[in-house]
Design a binder for this molecule. Structure first.
Ligand SMILES: *[C@@H]1O[C@H](CO)[C@@H](O)[C@H](O)[C@H]1NC(C)=O
Ligand SMILES: *[C@@H]1O[C@H](CO)[C@@H](O)[C@H](O)[C@H]1NC(C)=O
Ligand SMILES: *[C@@H]1O[C@H](CO)[C@@H](O)[C@H](O)[C@H]1NC(C)=O
Ligand SMILES: *[C@@H]1O[C@H](CO)[C@@H](O)[C@H](O)[C@H]1NC(C)=O
Ligand SMILES: *[C@@H]1O[C@H](CO)[C@@H](O)[C@H](O)[C@H]1NC(C)=O
Ligand SMILES: *[C@@H]1O[C@H](CO)[C@@H](O)[C@H](O)[C@H]1NC(C)=O
Ligand SMILES: *[C@@H]1O[C@H](CO)[C@@H](O)[C@H](O)[C@H]1NC(C)=O
Ligand SMILES: *[C@@H]1O[C@H](CO)[C@@H](O)[C@H](O)[C@H]1NC(C)=O
Length: 280
């Protein structure tokens, strides 16, 4: 019942011109992508709008809890009244302040971009925010999503080694993050490609998923890599329920992501490129 694989194949040709996932968490959060479901709209000043505002207000006011995840719902008081469900997820390595800032920015931005949509989602580099008139809590969603291949290629000479290290890092992340009992379904990996090159990777599910749904979502995200991102030194696949990313530089806060003492943070790297959004 949870198979959304077919719609994933119908790639929607909606391109956004800029997407940057930066390693900076000190400045304002960076917009990545959004999706408004244009087939289900509400009317201005309706009960839906009131309930949506309640949900978003509750999510933004409650993001002080440090799990980096929150859900809320409102409505459903009569058989005709839609339930409005909402949730946010912050990247596992960011603190409450950064999380709250991101969710607050995302809320304003999402309402501006999808003003009358019952169903919408927005991703920033360090958070996602979504709402729907269907229950979205504890439900695996693999669409809509986007791929982001990096601009730098791996060299021919290192490609076999890189692919092996990447494949094993992805498997390890999927297992570690889905089985994590830290309250976040989040994991990072640091693997040596060569003596002078490391692969840094990150995987996260919304923590409301079961271990098996989280693992399944990762398999789906990882399964996109050969199509979008073969030969790249960095890439991300971002879905509503989970995301993965890898780079040859540390793009997350290693100190907060792991208990081991880290090397110094690297310079922020910005990456631009077209993004394809998968449709519902
Ligand atoms: C949260 O993280 C940001 C960015 O790393 C940092 O500037 C800020 O001081 C941190 N806030 C707290 C309360 O730790
Ligand atoms: C939905 O409608 C908005 C506003 O008209 C438009 O900008 C956006 O491209 C549409 N999205 C999709 C996925 O069709
Ligand atoms: C909705 O309410 C706002 C503020 O009360 C008002 O400015 C606006 O005209 C209303 N829109 C509709 C469609 O009723
Ligand atoms: C936070 O959420 C709880 C329900 O989980 C709600 O009762 C409370 O009012 C919210 N806090 C604020 C400040 O809105
Ligand atoms: C939110 O999440 C809790 C579990 O943390 C769940 O029991 C509850 O039903 C959800 N609440 C709403 C309002 O969706
Ligand atoms: C969501 O809204 C659409 C359009 O108004 C409606 O067709 C659909 O039945 C609603 N979904 C739920 C679960 O209520
Ligand atoms: C990477 O490889 C692609 C396809 O093989 C090529 O089009 C592109 O120019 C290369 N990029 C760089 C930065 O070398
Ligand atoms: C990384 O996280 C640690 C521990 O949470 C925090 O003290 C530090 O300020 C963070 N560094 C950056 C660059 O965000």
């Amino acid at each position: 019942m949870y198979s959304f694989k077919f719609p994933r194949l119908l790639l929607c040709l909606w391109l956004i011109t800029l997407l940057s996932l930066t390693s900076s968490t000190e400045s304002a959060p960076t917009y990545s992508a959004h999706y408004c479901v244009n087939t289900t709209l509400f009317t201005a000043n309706s009960t839906y709008q009131t309930n949506l505002n309640l949900v978003l207000a509750s999510l933004t006011s409650n993001s002080t809890d440090n799990s980096g995840f929150q859900n809320a719902s409102a409505g459903g008081n009569t058989p005709d009244e839609d339930v409005v469900s909402g949730l946010f997820l912050c990247r596992g390595d960011v603190n409450t302040t950064v999380c709250q800032d991101c969710v607050t920015t995302a809320r304003q931005d999402l309402l501006r971009r999808c003003p009358l949509n019952k169903v919408a989602i927005i991703w920033y580099d360090v958070c996602l925010l979504r709402f729907s008139n269907q229950s979205i809590f504890a439900t695996i969603n693999e669409v809509p999503g986007f791929d982001l291949p990096g601009s730098q290629n791996i060299t021919e000479a290192e490609s076999d080694r890189f692919d092996d290290v990447l494949a094993s890092a992805m498997n390890s992340l999927a297992t570690k993050a889905s089985n994590s009992n830290s309250g976040k379904k989040f994991a990072t990996e640091e693997d040596e490609v060569t003596s002078s090159k490391k692969l840094y990777s990150l995987g996260q599910c919304t923590p409301d998923l079961t271990v098996s749904d989280c693992y399944r979502c990762f398999r789906s995200a990882i399964g996109d890599l050969p199509t979008c991102c073969t030969g790249k030194q960095g890439a991300a696949v971002v879905l509503p329920s989970c995301n993965i990313r890898y780079e040859v530089y540390p793009f997350y806060n290693i100190t907060s992501a792991s208990p081991i003492l880290p090397p110094l943070a690297p310079p922020v790297e910005l990456r631009d490129g077209p993004v394809s959004i998968f449709c519902y």
